[in-house]
Each structure stands twice: as C-alpha cells, then as structure tokens.
Design a protein around this ligand. Structure first.
Ligand SMILES: Cc1ncc(COP(=O)(O)O)c(C=O)c1O
Length: 378
C-alpha cells in the first residue's frame, strides 16, 4: 500500500508563471519563493520547472536549501531570506548566493568574515517597515545602511521589506509600509549613487497593488495556484498540486455503526465505508475529522469519524461506487468535482500554505506535463 502521493502539473505551474509574467512590466523580475520544499511541491523539480518557464531568481529561507538548488542550477540567482551565519560567508561567496542583511551587527559580522576569507558577499538590506519580523527597524534603516555601505566586502544589490497585511477592501498598514520603504530605499540609493533592486511585494500585494511591483516581486502561493483564481484579478493562476491516496477497503455497514476512535460518527442508515491509505501522519489534518471531503470516482465523499494516524474512513453512500485500489483525491480535482487546499484550510481554521507544506515530505512526488524534461518522480 502506497500511503499518499503528490502530483505536480508542470504545465499548470508554467501557465501560472506565464500569467504573472504577462501582468508585470518587463523591468520587474520574478523571484519565485521556493522555501519549505517549494510549499510542498518539491524543491528541485519545482525550481527546474520554473527555470524552464523563464524564472531566473529564487527565494529560499535557509542556506541549505540554496545549496541544494545551486547544485543543480548553477546560474540562477538565489536569495537566502533567512539570516546567513557569518561563518558561512565563504560558502555564500563560493556559491554566488545573495543574502539578506538584517541589522548593522549582522552586516558587520558578515563583512568581517568575508574579509577574513578574502571574498565579497551579495547583499540585500532587509528593512522591517511594520511586519515586526526580520530586518532593521525602519526608523534606523538609513543610518544602518550608512554604517554598512562603505564596507567593500558587502556588494549591495538590493533592498527589501515584507508586508504584514494587504487588505484590498479594508484599511491596512500596507500603504504606510510601502511609503516607509520607498523613502528609505530612495535615501539608500542616493547614498550609494546607483539604483538598488527594490522588492517588497509577495502574492497578495502583487495581485492587488501593481504600483508596488518595483524591480522585483517575490511571489510564492499565487504561483502555486492559490489566491489569484478569481476572474477580474490582475492575473489568474490555478493549483498545480494534487494529493491522492488509495481506497484500501470498502465495506457495507448497518445503521448504528460507530466509526473510528471514540465513535464520534455513528451511521444514521446503512451505508458503505471506504477506508483510505492516508491519515494525519501523512499531513491530512485531524481537524478534518467528520468535516473534510475527498473525491472518489468523481463524487465528493465525507470523512466520517476521527482522522487517525494512517487511515481515514469516508462514507461513499449505500450505492456509492468504490472498490479497493481506487484512487481517492485529498487535494485536487476528479471530473467536475474538486477539493482544494483552501477548502481544507478553512475547515481547519488555517491557511492553504499550512495544508500544502504539511503534506508528508516523504510522500512520492510525480511531475506531469513537464515540457522541460520527461515525466519523472522523486
Ligand atoms: C520574505 C518573504 N517574501 C515572500 C514570501 C512569499 O509569500 P507568498 O507565498 O504569500 O507570496 C514569503 C512567504 O512567506 C516571505 O517570507
């Protein structure tokens, strides 16, 4: 029995990238965010598919992710968006990676390590304009840049920030953050005497605020197919990932049958139950107990009882067609019915990101409709 498996549609991913590319001005680069195993899509195959679709910049969280990508893609631009340890300055330089500088102490330590190793490091100043996360606090940003700017070991390539909220129909802090960022970036460019690559927008800002595209945008979720589906938006994308498992057993049960741990579901009438080969160990959230739906033979079937570690029970109905060996779709589409990560996320009171990155990393991942290479799995 296979547990669960994922298939990523390269043609969908390529179409998503093309849709965004067509919406942007030529001067705006796409930095595709592929951290967290490319949001569960598989780091290296996703990066390779994106390169074939024309992407030249990638954002990752950790140095180890950047090194993995660099090993197979020697000429793309890779920005490590987390905090690179000064001790890794030589590796960063050797592998031609770019890194975020998050404050003066970090910049000085990186520069000192680079000096000791006889190398230079590509740097993007990260400014905290209101997110309250990584980066130099905005009131101190210009002074911080001034303190670091003269260090020859830091080769200033960019300046960036990150929005805390973008709410197109409600007041949000985004406009204030953008204003702070643009003011600081202008001052930094003036000090430097040349332009920097400015980037602040991730998916939601890209969809709703073309005015903040600047020299580079950092989309993640929209390119995987979430948050940009509605007609009338600036561009449309569709989910590239499907997640499936297998029907292991089907049985007819009478009314009054208790299902799963603690018997939280009792069948109100005779029906057929299908037992599936995935559970919360595979990333199928336990909060979907008695709430989620899966697709079997083009029909939506409700999860009944508690999701257990490796198995789920679903009600296929008294006459419902299902046989052991059938494929059950946990995320995806079958015929005219679908269940996407957004639906599961709402039921779990979380976000599609968490559903996608929660899929077992060891689940087999297959890549289909991949124009760059022949179909393969990893
Ligand atoms: C710094 C940074 N930029 C860009 C992104 C991409 O965000 P999204 O997936 O919402 O487009 C993230 C994601 O968490 C991020 O942390």
């Amino acid at each position: 029995m296979k547990g669960s498996w994922v298939s990523v549609d390269g043609a969908v991913l390529a179409a998503n990238i093309a849709a965004l590319r067509a919406a942007l001005q030529p001067r705006t680069e796409i930095m595709f965010v592929i951290k967290a195993d490319a949001y569960g899509h598989g780091l290296l195959p996703t990066a390779q598919l994106a390169v074939a679709a024309g992407v030249r910049w990638f954002g990752v969280a950790h140095l180890r992710e950047a090194l993995q990508v660099r090993a197979v893609l020697p000429s793309v631009n890779l920005l490590v968006m987390g905090v690179v340890e000064p001790a890794d300055a030589a590796v960063v330089a050797r592998e031609n990676l770019a890194c975020m500088v998050v404050d003066v102490a970090h910049g000085r330590a990186l520069a000192a390590a680079a000096r000791a190793a006889g190398v230079t490091v590509r740097a993007h100043l990260k400014v905290d304009t209101g997110m309250g996360r990584l980066g130099v606090q905005w009131p101190a940003a210009v002074a911080s840049f001034a303190a670091l700017q003269g260090m020859p070991e830091l080769v200033w390539e960019g300046i960036c920030s990150h929005f805390a909220t973008v709410e197109p129909e409600q007041p949000s802090s985004a406009a204030t953050q953008a204003e702070r960022f643009l003011t600081i970036a202008a001052a930094a460019e003036e000090r430097l005497g040349r332009p920097l690559r400015k980037h602040i927008s991730s998916s939601r800002a890209i969809v709703y605020h073309p005015e903040w595209d600047l020299e580079m945008v950092r989309p993640g979720i929209a390119l995987y197919g979430y948050g940009a589906a509605e007609a009338g938006l600036r561009f449309q994308t569709a989910p590239a990932l499907q997640w499936q498992c297998q029907v292991m057993q089907v049985k007819s049960v009478p009314a009054g049958t208790a299902v799963g741990y603690y018997g939280t579901h009792v069948t109100p009438a005779p029906t057929r139950l299908a037992i599936l080969s995935a559970g919360y160990a595979d990333g199928y959230h336990r909060a979907l107990s008695n709430r989620g739906h899966v697709l079997i033979r083009g029909r939506r079937c409700r999860v009944v009882g508690r999701v257990s570690m490796n198995w789920i029970s679903v009600d296929v109905g008294p006459e419902g067609p299902a046989e052991p060996g059938d494929t059950a779709v946990l995320i995806g589409q079958q015929g005219s019915v679908s269940v996407w990560a957004g639906e599961l996320a709402r039921l779990c009171r979380t976000i599609p990101y968490e559903m996608l990155v929660g899929i077992d990393r060891q689940a087999e991942r297959h890549y289909i409709n991949d124009a760059a290479t022949s179909p393969r799995s990893c």
